[in-house]
Design a protein around this ligand. Structure first.
Ligand code: FPP
Ligand code: MG
Length: 296
């Protein structure tokens, strides 16, 4: 099925009729294709599931092309980002081509599907803006963080699950809940891996989020647990290059005060709720389990 999604994506990009876009698109690393996978696992018999999968993966690829410009990221999925090799303008314009083509194709689908995907893309754009805005100061608010990751990451995954259900004639709300919780847990794990993985596995510097100003869940819990003097030390490390000494200190305190563990437990609770929502859908449970176990 994933091959069908890949060939639909290539076809849609070919249809744009601009060889430079086709060539650049071919250089992008595909990733896990989680969003498309959800659609065709939920609607395995729907003929147009690969086409919808291709649409959402093009939107996702476009959002990452823009995100790498916004984050000044030099690498994506272990290879140089398009902004690093071709410049930011090209990365933005390639993103524009991909998502506008995706939207032009989305109109083939029923309004119930098109409107969910389109609203999710508005949410992820708002989420991205809030993420950037939040990074300008040390965020201590867990709810604010959860709302931001819902918008930035979970909203599109939620929409994909619900749309898969619509294609399959299943209850979209149950699957929406599954997708929302999968998306939230996915981002929490991503944020944990930024702290626990090494540079080589991540394809970006360790503790990169905090250096960029992003206070993810383990940092929010750490701040809550530290005494006033150490709170000061932590906030003084925020949003700048961290010394090896401080970096080790942060990691040690996180282990000691179990803030990684606490973050992981929230991801696990969300996962459990997601499993409950789609009881008996073995493949969907497998997706959740391998997502929780991943190390990249
Ligand atoms: C990755 O976040 C970014 C997203 C999940 C969403 C980005 C959304 C936009 C740029 C809005 C524009 C949308 C379109 C369709 C053009 P991250 O920086 O936390 O993750 P990373 O470590 O993978 O970069
Ligand atoms: Mg980024």
């Amino acid at each position: 099925m994933i091959e069908k999604v890949e060939s639909q994506m290539n076809l849609l990009v070919e249809e744009v009729g601009y060889s430079r876009a086709t060539e650049l698109f071919k250089t992008l690393k595909g990733g896990k294709r989680l969003r498309a996978k959800l659609i065709f696992k939920i609607a395995p018999n729907a003929e147009n599931a690969p086409r919808l999968g291709a649409i959402v993966e093009l939107i996702h690829a476009a959002s990452l092309l823009h995100d790498d410009v916004i984050d000044d990221a030099m690498t994506r999925r272990g290879v140089s980002s398009v902004n690093a090799t071709q410049g930011s303008k090209t990365s933005i314009m390639l993103g524009d081509i991909l998502y506008s083509k995706a939207f032009a194709t989305l109109v083939e689908f029923d309004d119930s599907i098109a409107s969910r995907i389109a609203s999710a893309v508005t949410s992820l754009s708002v989420g991205e803006m809030i993420d950037v805005e939040m990074a300008s100061s040390f965020n201590k608010d867990e709810d604010k963080y959860l709302e931001m990751i819902y918008l930035k990451t979970a909203s599109l995954i939620e929409a994909c699950s619900a749309c898969g259900a619509i294609l399959a004639g299943k209850d979209p709300e149950k699957f929406a809940l599954y997708g929302k919780n999968l998306g939230l847990a996915f981002q929490i794990i991503d944020d944990i891996l930024d702290i626990t993985s090494d540079e080589e596995t991540l394809g970006k510097p360790a503790l990169n989020d905090f250096i960029e100003g992003k206070c993810t869940l383990p940092y929010i819990y750490l701040y809550e647990a530290l005494d006033p003097v150490d709170k000061k030390r932590l906030t003084s490390c925020h949003s700048r290059k961290i010394s090896d000494l401080d970096s080790e200190w942060i990691k040690e305190e996180m282990v000691k005060l179990k803030t990684i563990e606490k973050s992981y437990m929230l991801a696990q609770k969300l996962t459990q709720e997601a499993i409950e929502a789609v009881k008996g859908e073995k493949e969907l449970v497998n997706i959740l389990e391998s997502m929780m176990k991943r190390n990249f």
